[in-house]
Design a protein. Structure first.
Length: 531
């Protein structure tokens, strides 16, 4: 580490704070996988959970010991001992020690309001609870971190009381004091000032920060603390957590890595993995990624306005604050009715050779605007955009692979019987009729099975195409149940990952059929063009 840089520790609480978010329930396997992902980028601490709270957290600490972690130290989280109970006899203390975690994080009250109205203890008893709990962990050979709950609110109410809780923790052997903005309402300027004051009162003591996002300021507050002397930052991947969440460690790490020359954190190359880490955690938590998430979202470096695209093509710095590849992301040029000619030239693949063909660009833009007016969106539908270009260009770029006669979908449900779905497709290939029937798990699956069965003999590559995701959105809600719907389908095949197709109709089956057909036609035509 360079003499002019300082080590910033990253303490991840996704497995505990993050799992408190509404709708998230991580299995032991999920938690272990996230632990390994974080270890792979050099996260200093991973908080595994509260061993006393549930059997799953207790089991995690037994299983995580079997992992061969290279960089990460596992922390167990718990409250101070209860009032009137010896630390060695307290069930929480026993559970923390039984976890065998090398690091123990003890959370205690640092706001006089909390001890009066929640704990019902005196200031002296509160300090003894903190000191006794930490001393027990330290005497057991555990690195002990003290999370001063509600610290910033406590400091503003009675700074001497709040400072006294920190002194009790330090005197008992705490390795790090973490100042918590538990209610998430403290301004970054206040956090920076208070951290600076605490640092002056406790010289040489290692300080950390733990911010919640109730005011949308958790990242800013965390950075303000770092700027004023904190050397550990706590948070969760993607900011998930209770209420409005926690400081997003992805954005915190990206900022510290790319914008703070004096900070050393994680391991070499870790910043370039932040996008994949973010998306992996979303997947394991079974929640949708935020497309506009700073640094790592799919739209973080996406450009749609024609003027912006034109400028970015000349110099990315005109509308990008950094190189997206530094955090493992990519630049995306979007097309819509707001697009200019620059968007079309930038987003249409080079194989179409349209860079200097202004007439073709104009015709494509006109068709794009027409379809978007009907409810189409092509930002996540590369296959449909490719087909749009081919149909506009015509000639050697596009030919119909088949002529549809009709399709029909039948859904049968009887009392005390499973739903049965059957699709019939009749089409013609080169003048030869194909009439196929297929059952499936719902109308989309049935139609796709029947279509593939009809095409397979002439186009065997249809079997390489696999549905990954299926999404439906209402286009015009004012029409209520007669509204148009937009169906977007994500696909993988043996050679191409991550293509999308889109269909729009008042009939959800027709919208799905249109998206299916675009994907199949793309698969058949993607290598077709002028010799």
């Amino acid at each position: 580490m360079d003499k002019q840089t300082r080590k910033i520790e990253i303490y991840d609480s996704t497995l505990r704070d993050g799992s408190q978010a509404s709708g998230i329930s991580l299995s032991i396997e999920d938690k272990l996988q996230i632990t390994q992902l974080l270890d792979g980028i050099g996260v200093d601490y991973v908080e595994g959970g509260y061993p006393l709270s549930n059997p799953k957290d207790e089991a995690y600490f037994a299983e995580v010991r079997k992992l061969k972690l290279t960089h990460t130290r596992i922390a167990a989280f718990g409250m101070t001992r209860r009032k009137g109970v010896q630390a060695a006899d307290d069930t929480c203390m026993k559970a923390l020690l039984a976890s065998e975690a090398p690091v123990i994080t003890i959370v205690g009250k640092s706001w006089d309001l909390q001890i009066r109205e929640v704990l019902g203890v005196s200031p002296d008893e509160n300090q003894e609870m903190i000191a006794d709990s930490i001393a027990l962990m330290v005497s057991s050979g555990r690195e002990t971190i003290f999370d001063a709950e509600h610290f910033f609110d406590g400091w503003k109410a009675d700074s001497q009381f709040a400072l006294g809780t920190l002194r009790a923790a330090v005197d008992a052997g705490a390795a790090t004091l973490v100042l918590c903005d538990t209610n998430g309402g403290t301004l970054p300027t206040e956090i920076g000032s208070i951290v600076q004051q605490v640092s002056g009162q406790l010289p040489g003591v290692k300080l950390g920060v733990h911010c919640h996002n109730d005011s949308g300021l958790a990242i800013a507050g965390s950075l303000a603390a770092i700027e004023n002397g904190a050397v550990q930052v706590q948070g969760t991947i993607n900011g998930i957590g209770e209420r409005c969440g926690n400081a997003d460690l992805v954005a915190v790490a990206a900022n510290l890595s790319e914008k703070y020359a004096d900070c050393d954190l994680l391991i070499d190359g870790a910043a370039g993995k932040l996008t994949s880490i973010s998306r992996s955690v979303y997947e394991l938590c079974n929640i949708s990624a935020q497309v506009n998430q700073p640094f790592v979202g799919a739209s973080a470096f996406a450009h749609k306005g024609g003027m912006h695209v034109h400028a970015v093509q000349r110099n990315p710095a005109t509308y990008e604050h950094m190189d997206p590849s530094a955090v493992g992301n990519v630049r995306r040029i979007l097309v819509s009715e707001l697009s200019g000619m620059s968007n079309i030239a930038a987003v249409v693949p080079e194989k179409f050779n349209l860079a200097s063909d202004k007439d073709a660009q104009r015709r494509i833009l006109q068709e794009l605007a027409r379809l978007e007016n009907e409810g189409y969106q092509f930002e996540q539908a590369e296959a449909s955009l490719d087909l749009l270009v081919r149909r506009v260009l015509g000639g050697e770029w596009y030919h119909k692979a088949w002529d549809l006669d009709h399709y029909r979908c039948v859904i049968f449900k009887a009392l005390q019987a499973d739903v049965n779905t059957e699709a019939i497709v009749k089409l013609s290939i080169g003048g030869k009729d194909h009439h196929t029937v297929a059952e499936g798990d719902g109308p989309v699956d049935s139609l796709y099975r029947a279509l593939r069965r009809a095409l397979r003999g002439d186009y065997p590559q249809v079997d390489d195409l696999h549905l990954v995701d299926y999404r439906v959105a209402v286009v015009n809600t004012s029409a209520e149940t007669a509204a148009k719907v937009r169906v977007v389908i994500d696909w993988n095949d043996t050679t191409t990952a991550g293509i999308g197709s889109v269909g729009v109709s008042e009939n959800i089956i027709e919208a799905s059929w249109l998206a299916l057909v675009d994907a199949v036609e793309y698969e058949l035509l993607r290598n077709v063009g002028p010799a």
